[in-house]
Design a protein around this ligand. Structure first.
Ligand SMILES: Nc1ncnc2c1ncn2[C@@H]1O[C@H](COP(=O)(O)OP(=O)(O)OP(=O)(O)O)[C@@H](O)[C@H]1O
Ligand SMILES: [Mg+2]
Length: 595
């Protein structure tokens, strides 16, 4: 049964603290056993008193004292065990909750971009928080209730049958009835709850998505529409949840009724048995005690089944993210890349994001150390994709890519990425200070190095103008900065990393002509001595490139120096003519290219 497997996994997640967990489980089991002693001893005491009364003499102290002493001892033990469990189980559960959350976090951050491309961050966050909370709750319940409950059932029932077979079997039958009912409802509601949870995840995703696009929502006056959309999803959640709740209300009512029914039945049947000499009064007292305890346990078990049902889809989602295997990862024999000269070669590389439409198709080219290579071509031609493969955001389906002659799949991922600095097409910044954003690629950078990187990226002035300078927090994704400021910070961040291979994907597209010219001069200096890939729509910025690759629909259709390609009179020549004829671009006054 999937439930049991899931529950085993929940307990398995206690892994690193399994010894303490095992000790707590044993104490718990002992506690459960000790708890049975109470009704048995109570029954014995009653029988001693009743016998004395029947014989019309005072009850014998010799018989009573050991019973009372045992009762006290068991009572004290249950208190001590209860305190020990309460103290340690909570701490253990809290520790593990944070432990598994950070494991999830680390795992998700390492999952390839292909995964993040189709799973929304809002959903991932929700899965993490609710999954960890679900685990926490189940662990606590395990130590506080489940473990003792299980022992209670396994031990109590045979003991009950042993004390009085008829009353014992009656108890077993009543219990089986309610267990059956719970099981039935569990089966009925399982699929429903999965559906509810899927809707909840949609809800998290939708709201996170809306929050991330507040500017669009406001400017397109979509507040009402978004709220309506959200409310619709919420109504769907509620509509799906209500039938599940009804079923469980039924179980809950049935369990409550069971309490009264069971105790009444035991009492009536017990009295009848007593009248026919088949049960003592003490036995009836013991059984009423057993029944109360068992029904209490039953109540707990039903609550637990209900909770597991509610949590199962969340936990399944949580574990399925944890089980996602990164397809871009180190091979076991991967060696570090070592010092990099900067030769790069693509050999017949083909890649598709979805396995159907190809984004790159048999791309081959090679670059000598220190060269500057420009990638140009229509939007969607595959330029960003080609360079994403170079730092292994994805792996190609066929062909290979080498750095200094070594297949990049055979070297350690971290060492490869260490050697490559990327200025992404969208300057992605953390909601942290400018300084923290810069130090991302080089945590130990000195203030001078930071200042120099900012200077080169033409960012020093605007950083100085910020109210808090380097300590200014830039907002989510850098929202508190202008597009050009974001771009320059992203460039400074890459320069500070000082990698032997640099990728600039439309890095200067948002800058005014004057700033771009100054930055270009600085970049020309930076590019010397390192292999640089530049993607640009404005051809003026790549005039000096050692080689230009013209991409079209995932292929390299022309390659050569600027003048060569213009002389060739092919597509690049036409493109260049169009741009320079239209005036602005050559001098850099055209609006930023569409990207
Ligand atoms: N994460 C992704 N998942 C699926 N398809 C993608 C993804 N990223 C890009 N694509 C598709 O792959 C193709 C190539 O995209 P790519 O980003 O490489 O183009 P590009 O040449 O960089 O274009 P641009 O000049 O507009 O930046 C496009 O058709 C695009 O729709
Ligand atoms: Mg691109």
């Amino acid at each position: 049964m999937a439930f049991l497997r899931l529950y085993a996994r929940v307990l398995g997640a206690l892994g690193p603290e399994r010894r303490l967990a095992a000790v707590l489980a044993v104490i718990n089991a002992a506690l459960a056993v000790a708890l049975f002693a109470e009704p048995i001893l109570f029954g014995r005491v009653v029988d001693t008193l009743v016998r004395a009364q029947a014989a019309a003499q005072a009850p014998s102290l010799a018989a009573l004292l050991p019973q009372l002493a045992a009762w006290t001892a068991f009572g004290l033990f249950t208190i001590a065990a209860g305190v020990a469990i309460a103290l340690h189980a909570d701490r253990l559960a809290h520790r593990r909750r944070l432990g598994i959350m950070s494991a999830y976090f680390e795992h998700v951050l390492q999952l390839p971009l292909g995964f993040h491309g189709h799973v929304h961050s809002g959903r991932l966050l929700k899965v993490m928080l609710q999954g960890a909370d679900g685990l926490w709750g189940l662990w606590l319940a395990f130590f506080r209730e489940q473990c003792a409950g299980l022992v209670a059932l396994v031990v109590l029932l045979p003991v009950a049958v042993w004390v009085n077979a008829r009353l014992g079997l009656l108890l077993v039958a009543l219990l089986a009835l309610f267990a059956g009912l719970t099981w039935y409802v569990l089966g009925r509601t399982q699929a429903m709850q999965r559906h509810v949870e899927a809707l909840q995840s949609d809800l998290a995703e939708r709201s996170a998505d809306a929050l991330g696009n507040v500017a669009v929502i406001q400017s397109f006056t979509r507040v009402e529409a978004e709220v309506r959309g959200l409310r619709e999803t919420m109504e769907n959640v509620l509509a799906a949840q209500i039938p599940v709740l009804s079923w469980w209300a039924l179980v809950s009512v049935a369990t409550r009724a069971a309490t009264t029914l069971t105790i009444l039945t035991i009492f009536l049947v017990g009295t009848w048995l007593h009248l026919h000499g088949m049960a003592s009064i003490g036995e009836i007292v013991t059984f009423v005690g057993f029944a109360t305890m068992l029904v209490g346990r039953l109540d707990q078990m039903v609550g637990f089944a209900n909770r597991l049902l509610l949590d199962a889809p969340r936990l399944a989602e949580f574990f399925s993210v944890l089980d996602t295997v990164a397809n871009v990862r180190d091979r076991p024999d991967a060696a570090p890349l070592g010092p990099v000269a900067g030769a790069v070669a693509f050999e017949d590389v083909s890649f598709s994001y979805d396995g159907r439409r190809s984004a790159l198709n048999g791309v081959s080219f090679s670059v000598r150390p220190g060269e500057t290579v420009a990638l140009v071509g229509a939007t969607g031609a595959g330029k960003s994709t080609a360079l994403a493969l170079l730092h292994r955001a994805f792996d190609p389906q066929s062909g290979r890519i080498t750095v200094d002659g070594r297949d990049i799949r055979e070297v350690r991922l971290a060492s490869l990425r260490h050697a490559i600095g990327v200025v992404f097409q969208e300057a992605m910044l953390f909601n942290r200070s400018i300084e923290e954003n810069l130090r991302v690629g080089r945590p130990d950078a000195t203030p001078e190095q930071i200042a120099r990187a900012l200077e080169r990226a033409q960012a020093a002035d605007f950083v100085a103008r910020q109210s808090e300078g380097l300590a200014t927090v830039v907002g989510e994704r850098g929202r508190a900065l202008s597009g050009g400021e974001r771009q320059r910070l992203a460039i400074a961040r890459a320069l500070l990393k000082d990698p032997p291979i640099l990728i600039l994907d439309e890095a200067t597209s948002a800058l005014d002509a004057g700033t771009e010219a100054k930055l270009q001069a600085a970049l020309d200096a930076v590019m010397k001595g390192r292999t640089t890939f530049v993607i640009a729509h404005r051809l003026a910025t790549i005039r000096n490139a050692d080689r230009i690759l013209l991409f079209d629909e995932g292929r390299v259709v022309e390659a050569g120096r600027f003048d060569e390609l213009v002389r060739l009179g092919g597509r690049f020549a036409a493109l260049a003519k169009a741009q320079f004829m239209s005036g602005g671009s050559a001098t850099g006054t055209a609006p930023p290219a569409e990207t």
